[in-house]
Each structure stands twice: as structure tokens, then as C-alpha cells.
Write a protein that binds this ligand. Structure first.
Ligand SMILES: Cc1cc2nc3c(=O)[nH]c(=O)nc-3n(C[C@H](O)[C@H](O)[C@H](O)COP(=O)(O)OP(=O)(O)OC[C@H]3O[C@@H](n4cnc5c(N)ncnc54)[C@H](O)[C@@H]3O)c2cc1C
Length: 511
């Protein structure tokens, strides 16, 4: 393992996509960069694991805006990994399929807005004009968020009024059918959509990115972290695993050192924390931030936690679906992230299949994502288990996992008949798994929850009172591979090397 030096220009805490993108850019600028990652594997939510000779993604099912000419692909080209990634486009006429248990009809989302609107208009012909009007509003809002088109954010474009628009209210001001409203929220598990909180801009940016282009990463999301890490190393930087930052030392109001594993001291000129803001506060001495800031961050609500269930499929048992299926109990389930464990659970879940690159006829894995109330794991609250720090949680924990897996398998079987006989093994990541592997409070899926009722309160700036400490990642802007990547750009804007990052990207694209 490479030695950690005594001084770095930039120390990045956390090797999720945002941390790695910041590090790759700064390393390419000739800066001495280190990424410190506590886990045995880099990538954060991009991590994969392997069982039964199959690869399972822990936090990425598909990615939006990754097609040639689309913003995320442009950003990856700029940083140098675009051509290296292997991915394939999901079904053009139905990349997401929304299935309601109370109706047993599957509504398809097409890629490209024309396709999307004409697809839904087949089910709801009387709403086709309304869908076009809603699209106009989506386009208007999306166009205001310059960074999502790799452009500088124009002053006064994103106002508090824009951030305070409610997704539910805007959608229902255009659409009359309750079922169509629920269909439009159908894939809302992607952003923990909540009728009472989700801002319209979150709905618009995320739906737009997937309608623009939806892609499955072949062999999993970890290829993104692998290639970013390669760029960092090729430019003289270091990505260090098994390196937990346990504190940040402040001298004369600035970050002086980061302490790794309580004993390795690293002098840094700048520190970028690509982790949850509550965890950043936990690393700092008590006096270093204003008490009002600290209590504000502590009061922030986080998005709900998930359970992921991974099924190993028998050979040639199930055709591969080049799309995702969302199973919703009813309209309400589409708009309420409910992880409460009762007879109805889960009321909202997403199914995606995986396959071998050389055999796309049959699926070899199924991954199911569902909301899961962390409270059912209260008994194991004080345990901690990761690959780097292994601890068994005991038989009763395994039994509860088994129960949850069986419930999910039953739900999948209600959609895919005979499913029980199609798999031979199943594994799961609980909210505690996500909590421990990612260092996120209560295993939150997407970090700080955006709330249109109090838009500014839930907005976390990358800049802090400490001038050489910045934050990045899903909490400072939007979550998702796309959102966390854009957050990296917005953070880099605050470094002396990255002030002109948007100009540089556009110059690169024009050439
Ligand atoms: C179950 C699930 C499914 C998802 N599905 C999708 C999807 O299909 N498509 C999509 O686009 N997005 C999806 N997302 C969201 C997306 O993966 C994340 O929003 C994004 O990857 C977050 O990136 P990040 O850089 O903010 O941080 P993270 O990926 O959370 O990485 C943070 C890293 O920091 C490390 N760390 C924390 N504390 C310390 C410390 N003290 N010292 C050292 N290291 C530390 C952690 O170990 C971790 O590696 C999903 C997320 C989840 C949880």
C-alpha cells in the first residue's frame, strides 16, 4: 500500500463519485491530491460485490444523461473516462414501467420527451394536451439550472420561489387524472418522492435526465470509480483505502491537518469533505463552527433508508429485461416513501435485472430496492459491520433479513409468475449496511431531504465558515450519479484551480 505523505495540496474525504471527480480534476491541474476512503473498496454508492460468480450493484441501477452529447457523458469525456465506460441504453419505449397492484396495468416511460408524451397519451388520450403543458413547465425549470447543462449558474435564475414549488401541486395543476399523476410519480423511489415535501425542481431534473437517456452500466457502477481512480493515479495523486478520517484539526481558523485512523497526521492546504454534513461536523473541534450552523445541520431531515435484495438466478430461468419495473400498491404509494414493516410492506419497490455482457437473453441477477424503516433494526443499533471492520450481528438479525427477503420475493412473484423457482440464493443490504459502509445517519438513502416548505433550510452550501474546508456530494446539491457529479463541479468552483471549470468544460466540448 502506498505511503501517505506528510503534506498534500488537497485532501478529499470519501471516494464516492463526487470526491473522486474533485480529486481527478485537481490532480490533472498538477496538484498533490489524496483521497481518503475508510472502506476496503472505493466508490461509495458505486461499490459492487460478487456472489455466485455474479456482480451486484449496491447503489446504482441505471444512470441518466449518459448518452453521447448528453451532459453527464460530456462531463465524463472532459475528465477523461467517457470512452472507457461500458454501458447500454435501456428500452427506448419503456425504460421504466410502472405497475399498480390495484389495476395490474403496466405504464411505460419512453426515452426522449416526444416518445414519453406519446407513450403516456396512449393510456390517457384525454390528457395529452395537459402532458404537453406540464412538459413546458418541466423544460422551463430544467433550463434554469445551468450546471445541469454544464453551464455557469446565472445570477437570480434559481430563486427561492422556484425552489419552493411543490412537485405535487405543479403536476396536479396540469394533470387531471389521479392515476396519471401517480404514474408520473411512479419511479419516485429514485428520489424518495414525497407529496408533502418534494420540490418540483427535484422531480423535473431527475425525470428529465432519465427521459433524456437511461443507461445501465455493464458490470456495475464500480467501473466509474475504477477509471476515476486511474486518472488520479496517472496524474500523481493517491487514492487510499482503509483510511478513515477520524478528525480534522483547525489552526488559526483554518484546516491544518486531517487525522487518519486516529494516528496518521496529514498536513493539507485544502480539505474537501465528500461525506454527509453531520459527519463533517463530527470530525471538527466543537468551537470551529457557529452553534447556529451546527444545530441547523443536526435538525436536517434525511431521506428514508432502503433495503436492497439481490437474487442469484438459475441459468436461463428468466429473460433479461432491458428496463426497470416499479411495483406500487396504489396511487398513494407512489407519493409516500413508506418503509413501515407490516402486512402490506413493501408498497413501493423497484426491480431491475442484470445479465452477462455476452448473454443478454437471460437475466443472471435481480436487484430489488424498497423503503425500509430503520427502526426495525433498533436492537442492532450499536453494532457495526463492514468488510474493513467485520462483526457478526447474530442469528436473530439473519432471521429478520430472511423474513424481509421472503416478503420481497413474494411481491416479485406477484409480478413475475413462478419467481420462487427461478433463484437459488438471495442476499440483502439493510439500512444498517448502508449506515456502516457509507457513514450516513440512519442509513439514509440519498442524504439530506429537500423540502419545498423550507427550501433554503434544506440547502447545504459547499462553502463553510472555515475557508479551506469545502463540502461536496449528494447532500450539497442533488443525489444520484448525475446530481453528485454536478455537485463536484459546484464545489470545484470554490477552489482556486476550478474557478473557471464551466468555461474549461465548454472550451473542451467546442474543440
Ligand atoms: C440503494 C441506492 C440505490 C441508488 N440507485 C441509484 C441509481 O440507480 N442511479 C443513480 O444515479 N443514483 C442512485 N443512487 C444514488 C447515488 O448512488 C448517490 O447519490 C451517489 O453515488 C452519492 O455519491 P457521493 O459522492 O455523494 O457519496 P457516497 O457514494 O455516499 O460516498 C461517500 C464515501 O465517503 C466514505 N466516507 C464516509 N466517511 C468517511 C470518513 N470519515 N473517512 C473516509 N471515508 C469516509 C464512505 O465510505 C463512502 O465511500 C442510489 C443510492 C442508493 C443508496
Amino acid at each position: 500500500m502506498s505511503q501517505i505523505d506528510a503534506h498534500y495540496d488537497h485532501a478529499i474525504i470519501g471516494s464516492g463519485i463526487s470526491g473522486l471527480l474533485c480529486a481527478a480534476y485537481l490532480a490533472k491541474k498538477g496538484k498533490k491530491v489524496i483521497v481518503l476512503e475508510k472502506n476496503h473498496q472505493i466508490g461509495g454508492c458505486l461499490q459492487v460485490f460478487s456472489r455466485d460468480k455474479k456482480i451486484f450493484d449496491t447503489g446504482v441501477h441505471y444512470v441518466g444523461s449518459l448518452g453521447k452529447g448528453q451532459p453527464l457523458r460530456h462531463l465524463f469525456d472532459f475528465i477523461g473516462i467517457g470512452d472507457l465506460l461500458k454501458y447500454q441504453r435501456l428500452d427506448m419505449d419503456g425504460f421504466d414501467r410502472i405497475y399498480f397492484e390495484d389495476e395490474q396495468v403496466e405504464y411505460k416511460f419512453g426515452q426522449g420527451w416526444d416518445n414519453f408524451i406519446s407513450g403516456l397519451s396512449k393510456y390517457f388520450p384525454e390528457e395529452s394536451e395537459n402532458l404537453l403543458l406540464l412538459l413546458e413547465e418541466i423544460n422551463r425549470i430544467v433550463s434554469l439550472f445551468g450546471p445541469y447543462h454544464l453551464k455557469e449558474l446565472e445570477e437570480n435564475s434559481v430563486t427561492i420561489e422556484i425552489l419552493s414549488l411543490s412537485a405535487y401541486e405543479v403536476i396536479s395543476s396540469f394533470i387531471t387524472s389521479e392515476r396519471l399523476i401517480a404514474v408520473l410519480w411512479g419511479n419516485s423511489i429514485l428520489y424518495a418522492g414525497n407529496k408533502a415535501k418534494t420540490p418540483f425542481y427535484v422531480f423535473a431534473l431527475i425525470l428529465n435526465s432519465y427521459v433524456e437517456g437511461s443507461y445501465r452500466l455493464i458490470h456495475g457502477g464500480s467501473q466509474i470509480s475504477k477509471y476515476l481512480s486511474m486518472i488520479i493515479h496517472d496524474n500523481g495523486g493517491l487514492v487510499r483505502k482503509y483510511a478513515e478520517v477520524t478528525s480534522i484539526e483547525i489552526k488559526e481558523g483554518k484546516v491544518d491537518k486531517v487525522i487518519v485512523d486516529q494516528n496518521i497526521s496529514v498536513n493539507v492546504s485544502t480539505c474537501i469533505a465528500a461525506i454527509h454534513p453531520a459527519c463533517v461536523i463530527g470530525l471538527l473541534p466543537e468551537y470551529s463552527l457557529r452553534p447556529s450552523y451546527v444545530s441547523r445541520v443536526k435538525e436536517l431531515q434525511n431521506t428514508p433508508a432502503f433495503i436492497s435484495v439481490y437474487f442469484s438466478l438459475k441459468e436461463n430461468a428468466l429473460p433479461y429485461f432491458n428496463y426497470n419495473t416499479y411495483i406500487l400498491k396504489n396511487n398513494d404509494a407512489a407519493m409516500h416513501p413508506d418503509g413501515h414493516f407490516d402486512d402490506n410492506w413493501p408498497t413501493n419497490m423497484m426491480i431491475s435485472t442484470g445479465c452477462e455482457e455476452h448473454d443478454q437473453q437471460y437475466a443472471n441477477t435481480i436487484n430489488v430496492l424498497a423503503y425500509c424503516d430503520v427502526k426495525i433494526f433498533k436492537k442492532w443499533e450499536s453494532t457495526f459491520n463492514t468488510t474493513a471492520r467485520h462483526q457478526e450481528r447474530g442469528q436473530d438479525y439473519d432471521q429478520l433479513k430472511e423474513e424481509l427477503i421472503n416478503k420481497i420475493a413474494k411481491k416479485v412473484a406477484s409480478k413475475i409468475s413462478g419467481f420462487e423457482d427461478m433463484y437459488f440464493a438471495a442476499y440483502c443490504s439493510t439500512p444498517l449496511t448502508y449506515r456502516d459502509f457509507l457513514n450516513v445517519p440512519d442509513g439514509t438513502g440519498y442524504g439530506v431531504e429537500k423540502d419545498y416548505n423550507n427550501a433554503l433550510f434544506t440547502f447545504i452550501s459547499p462553502k463553510m465558515k472555515i475557508p479551506n474546508l469545502l463540502m461536496t456530494g449528494q447532500n450539497t446539491d442533488l443525489h444520484g450519479v448525475y446530481g453528485a457529479s454536478i455537485s463536484a463541479l459546484l464545489t470545484l468552483k470554490h477552489t482556486s484551480e476550478g474557478k473557471l471549470i464551466f468555461e474549461e468544460i465548454n472550451e473542451f466540448l467546442n474543440n
